[in-house]
Each structure stands twice: as C-alpha cells, then as structure tokens.
Design a protein around this ligand. Structure first.
Ligand code: IVH
Length: 670
C-alpha cells in the first residue's frame, strides 16, 4: 500500500469505526460483531503506526488508553456539583411533593430516574469536542481526569454535527457493570492483588489511576443525566435527556415522566423488585421536577436543589436460620469464623454463607446456632449477619463458643492481647496452612509456576506427595507415582515438571515473596532482596539491621527474624539451594557517583522537562540523597515540576520546606 492509499484507508476505517461505536454504544444497535470491530481496530492501529501523519486526532484507537497523567490538576467547577437530599421513607417523599405543590400552587410533573451507584462526573464539550472531565471532588473543585474518561468507550470524543451549544457541560455517573466487576475482581484475587468490595469502589479506584492505559483495561461505563450551558434552549428535564441522547450521549432509558407522586412511588416499587435484573448497581431512585421554569422557581438550599430528591433503597436483607458456625484456617494460621446459613435468596443470588470476622463479632451479635438471623448485602460481595431475631429464638439453644483448638489440627489457638484474630501457631503440620503456603509459593505473583494450580496442590497433599514447598522440587523423582494418579497423563506430568524446572530461574525476590513470611509482601520482598542481596545475608541479619532498611518497620523485622530462626526454615532453604533456586539477587545497584546530596531528603512531584521522575530519582540516589514517600518535617527539598498537586505544594509551604526546580537540583551537583 502506498502512502496515498494508506491515507484514504485510515480515513475510511476511522469513520466506519466511529459509526459502529455510535451504533453500539449510543443506539445499542450493534452493526458488526465485537470480533469484527476488534479486527478493524487492529488494522487501523497498524496503519497508524506506519503512517502516524495520517492519524486522526479523534481516532478510535486513542480511546483505548494512552498517556500517563502523573497527578491530577484541580479544577474549579463552573457549576458547583451539588448533592441531592435523600430519604429512605416514602412518607418523606409525600412531604417533598407537598412542599413543591404548595410552593408552586399546583401539582407538577416529575421525572423519575434510576440512581446509579457510581461516581459523579462533569464533562465539558467545546464545539462538539470533549475537552475536560472533572470528578465531583468537594463539590466546588474536583480532579481533572480527562485522559481516563476518554478511555470509556461509550463517551463520545467528538459529537456529530448537531444543535448543541458551542460550550456545555454534561453530568452523569461512571460505573462498572456487575459482570465486568466480578471478572476483574476474580483476576485480581488470582494475581494476589487486593480485591474491591463492590463495583462502585472499583470504578472510583479506577478513575483515579495515574495510568490511563491501565484504566482502559478496566471496562467502565457511564450514563449522563444533566446538561449545563448558558442559554440552553431546553424547557424540561425529560427534554434534556432526549436531547443528550440525540447528541450522541449514553442515556439510561429506564426513566418515566410522572403526573403525581403516587406514580413516582409505583416506579420506586417496580425497581425495588427488579433492580437485580439490571446489569449494574443502583442504590435508589431520583425524583426531579420536570419543568425547568419550576425548577428555577424552587431554587436551592445551601447544599442541594429543592426541586429534586433521591429515594434510597435499604440494603437488601433476608432472614434465615444460622445452621452452624465453621472455622476456616488460612495460610498464615489466621482463623476466620464463617456462618453457614439455610440457603436464602438475597439480591438475586442464593446466600449460604456469611462472614463473621472474628470472636468479637460473634460476641457482639450474641449468636446461637439455630437462631433466625438477618443477613444483609450492602453492596459488598460477601453478605454479613446484622442481627438476631430474638423473638424467634427457640429455647434450649446455646451461645456459639469460639473454639480453643484449631479445627484442622487440634493445636491450641492463640490470640495476642489487643488483637481480634485467633491464630493456629502450628505452621508446620496444620494442613490448610501447609496447602496455603504451597499455593502461595506457586502463585502468579510469586513463582508463577506452570502446570500446577491450587487444586493440584491440594490433591498432591492429600495423596501425600508433598507436604512442604521443598517437596515440590522432589516431584521429578516421583514421575511413576505421578503418572499413576487419576487425571495425570504423560502430557500434564511433562508440563508440570517443565514448570518446576523453569521456576528455578525466577529471581530471588520472587522466591523470597513465595516463602510467605508474614508481613513480607511482594514490595517488601523486593526491598529486602535489593538490600541484602543474598539469602545468607538476610538469614543472619539482626533485628536492628533490618529496621535500618528503608520502609522496613518493627513488625516486619520481627517477623523476618522469627522466620529465619526456625529450624524448618533452615532445612527448607538448604533444600531449595540444592535444587538450584535463585537465592541471590542479580540486581546490581549503581555505584554512588558522589556524596554531594548525602543526608539530604527529597520528594519529587509533577512532570519535568530534562529528566523523567525515575531519572531524577536515580540522580538523587546516585549522589547520596534519599527519597521520601511524603512531605513531612523530615523533608529537606521538594523538587517541583509542572502540574504538581496543589495539596503537596500547600503542605510544603506550611512546613516551610524549600521548593526547588529541576535545574536547581542539577545545579546542586555542579
Ligand atoms: S442528579 C443537582 N440523577 O447521586 C442534582 N444524580 O446524591 C444532580 N446520581 O451527585 C444530580 N444517579 O452522583 C442525579 N439519575 C441521577 C443520578 C444521580 C446517581 C448521583 C450523583 C449525585 C448523587 C446525589
């Protein structure tokens, strides 16, 4: 393809993809399959890479991630982002209607909409082009998250020609569909990453990420519900929803125009029962006076409009019988009580279990096995017991007694003073602890071992093939035995053995993390590996030497010393060494170039012209300086670049910390 043909093809595919996106996201009438869409997108991407000069600034390829924003700019809202008065009571809705009717002197129509459970966003368009997206923040000013919002596929970057004002802001709610949330959360759990409690938290956490390419990987969606502009030629809220849709915005179709509050209540009841059939979470219904003139007449209180109110649904509850409390032992020996319930339907799913957290919680609830209990799902994935229906308590039930022995290995449980959690201390013989430790060792973030998964570990343990991490590396000697197992053929055994062999090349920090030392997560393992460089140095490190390491506190130091003092650890390390695992760090730290910044501490913030942040950090450290993670009285210099956060600046000023530029820093080294 020559350059001219490429130019035309890029133009054609760009315009076709825009049309397909519009069909899919705005009209909800897909014109091609997802796969076809992706193939076209990939083709466009490849062409744009070869001929970047022809890339359209609004290319659909730019919608899937891009630049790194570093820190968010604070933007003052042109129109303050107010909240809504809310209520859980139908009576209060009737009173709201009475207030409105009295003030206006007649019955007024309302629009009822779903109250999306996400985070509010205000998006500004100039000449039909998305120019800025700002979070709610404190209502007066919010974060500029434009780059992140641009990755949301349903939000148009460029509107089709239409009758919209030259400049306007449209407000709405960003959220994540439940299915996407569950899928992504499951992936996070598998990767050992922290999981989010509900789709709202996931969406809120995502929109605040610094890297918009990462945001693009997390499927967010958005519904828009409010237009702000000077001299908007629109007369009512219902009309504004229609107009927004016509301009190309995603508008939720589940809204009604009601003549009376009774009709609004019907809408509320309808969705109370049907909310689980939606693909996303709602937490109530918003009722808005439809007519803009009447809205203006009613005006605002200091915080919220007098012409709107939200009715919030109560967290969904069910009542069922607590059949039994069982106790789960994790890989660290922590014991978690679990309520086993008579299955009951709650928020669209059958609930059989609820979390009880710890012994204090059981005591607080005053629980008996056989009690009728209230279970609640308040947006969290795992339901919780919120109380006992004492009126239904049968006589003769006895209070749940927290066990004194480990339910798995019968060792005595221990609870440190002031701590809520009980622990089984038998970490060498307690089955779930052993299985959990091996599962942790093979996991993605640790040794990322191919050919073996959590279930296989459990199976091998039950078959007495392995009872510690070390035994994994003896599996090659047990090939015949492996081949004799159900579900294991030549192919799977070969894969397993290859996976084991490959894991021997995993870097020291991964091995260290895989050992599962309490409080030593992936980041701490990296720090320790970099500092001590070899397992021998780490094994002999004293408590004092450990706490000298950056970011290693007393709790971690204590735990590391304790771990390496155990005889079982000594044997394990010996075995792993014999098998050829990496027990030394290959990372070579740069030799210091000078000590001109010795004893000086720095924080870097913003973006720079001559060096990247990482580059500046290296320069500081190579010259004996030390990076701090935040602004405190211990800080000597704040190196400020462009767009640095105002909060940091304020704090540094408050503490009288010198604020220097990139050039000032480089001059210090001359
Ligand atoms: S209207 C001035 N409509 O609820 C009124 N808000 O508690 C502007 N929300 O900040 C808000 N769904 O984040 C409106 N259909 C809806 C909504 C909605 C969710 C959120 C929004 C707002 C909060 C108020």
């Amino acid at each position: 393809m020559n350059s001219e043909e490429a130019k035309l093809t890029i133009k054609r595919i760009t315009s076709e993809l825009k049309q397909h996106s519009y069909q899919y996201y705005v009209l909800a009438q897909p014109s091609i399959s997802d796969t076809e869409f992706d193939i076209m997108l990939k083709k466009l991407e490849a062409l744009e890479k070869e001929y970047p000069q022809y890339q359209n600034p609004d290319s659909p390829t730019l919608k899937v991630g891009g630049s790194i924003t570093k820190e968010f700019k604070n933007i003052v809202h042109k129109y303050p982002m107010l909240s809504l008065g809310n209520t859980y009571s139908e009576q209060e809705l009737v009173e709201f209607d009475q207030r409105v009717t009295k003030a206006i002197g007649k019955q007024v129509p309302y629009v009822c909409e779903l109250k999306f459970d996400g985070l509010a966003i205000g998006i500004t368009y100039k000449d039909g082009k998305l120019v800025q997206a700002v979070t709610r923040g404190d209502g007066t000013k919010g974060d500029d998250v434009t780059e992140n919002v641009k990755t949301i596929r349903s939000i148009p970057h460029q509107l089709k020609p239409g009758d919209y004002p030259d400049e306007f802001e449209i407000r709405g709610e960003i959220f994540m569909h439940r299915k996407a949330f569950e899928k992504m959360n499951a992936e996070r759990a598998e990767n050992g990453e922290q999981i989010y409690a509900n789709p709202r938290n996931f969406a809120a956490g995502t929109i605040k990420l610094q890297d918009s390419a990462e945001v693009a990987k997390r499927p967010l969606d958005c519904y828009l519900y409010f237009i702000y502009a000077d001299n908007l030629p629109i007369k009512s809220h219902a009309e504004s929803l229609k107009v927004a849709e016509r301009w190309g915005f995603p508008v939720c179709q589940h809204y009604v125009l009601c003549e009376t509050i009774t009709e609004a209540l019907e809408f509320i009841h309808h969705w109370e029962n049907k909310r689980n059939t939606l693909s996303f979470d709602i937490d109530g219904i918003v009722i808005k006076v439809d007519d803009y003139n009447i809205q203006n007449e009613l005006g605002f209180t200091a915080k919220s409009p007098r012409w709107a109110i939200s009715y919030k649904y109560k967290a969904q509850q069910a009542e069922t019988i607590l059949e039994k409390v069982s106790y789960q032992v994790g890989r660290t020996g922590a014991v978690t009580p679990v309520a086993n319930l008579k299955p009951v339907l709650l928020a669209g799913t059958t609930v059989k279990r609820a979390t009880l957290h710890n012994a204090n919680e059981i005591e607080r609830l005053d629980l008996c096995e056989g009690d009728w209990v209230f279970v609640e799902k308040g947006g969290e994935i795992i339901p919780k017991i919120i109380g006992v229906n004492l009126a239904k308590r049968k006589s003769g039930l006895s209070l749940v007694q927290y066990p004194t022995l480990c339910p798995e290995c019968q060792s005595i449980l221990s609870r440190k003073e002031g701590e809520a959690v009980h622990y089984c201390l038998n970490d060498t013989d307690c089955p779930p602890q052993i299985i959990g430790k091996i599962q942790h060792f093979i996991s993605r973030k640790a040794m990322n071992m191919d050919g073996i998964g959590d279930e296989t570990v459990e199976y091998f343990y039950r078959e007495k093939l392995i009872k510690s991490i070390a035994d994994l590396y003896d599996l090659p000697n047990k090939k015949e035995r492996l081949l004799s197992l159900d579900r294991f053929g030549e192919k799977s055994v070969t894969k397993l053995l290859e996976g084991l062999e490959a894991s021997k090349q995993m870097p020291f920090e991964r091995v260290l993390f895989g050992l599962g030392i309490r409080f030593v997560g992936a980041t701490v393992a990296k720090k320790l590996a970099m500092h001590f460089k070899t397992i021998d140095a780490l094994m002999t490190a004293s408590y004092d030497q450990l706490i000298e390491v950056d970011e290693i506190g007393e709790r971690i130091a204590e735990s590391v010393v304790k771990y390496f003092n155990m005889h079982s650890t000594e044997l394990l390390i010996k075995h792993l060494r014999n098998k050829g695992l990496q027990l030394e760090s290959k990372h070579i730290e740069k030799e210091p170039q000078s000590d001109m910044l010795k004893d000086k501490t720095f924080v870097i913030s913003g973006t720079f012209t001559k060096n990247s942040r990482e580059g500046l950090k290296e320069i500081i450290e190579e010259n004996g300086g030390k990076m701090l993670s935040g602004i405190s009285t211990k800080l000597n210099y704040l190196v400020a670049g462009e767009n640095m956060g105002p909060a940091k600046l304020q704090k540094a000023n408050d503490l009288n910390i010198p604020i220097i530029s990139e050039d000032d820093l480089l001059n210090m080294l001359k």
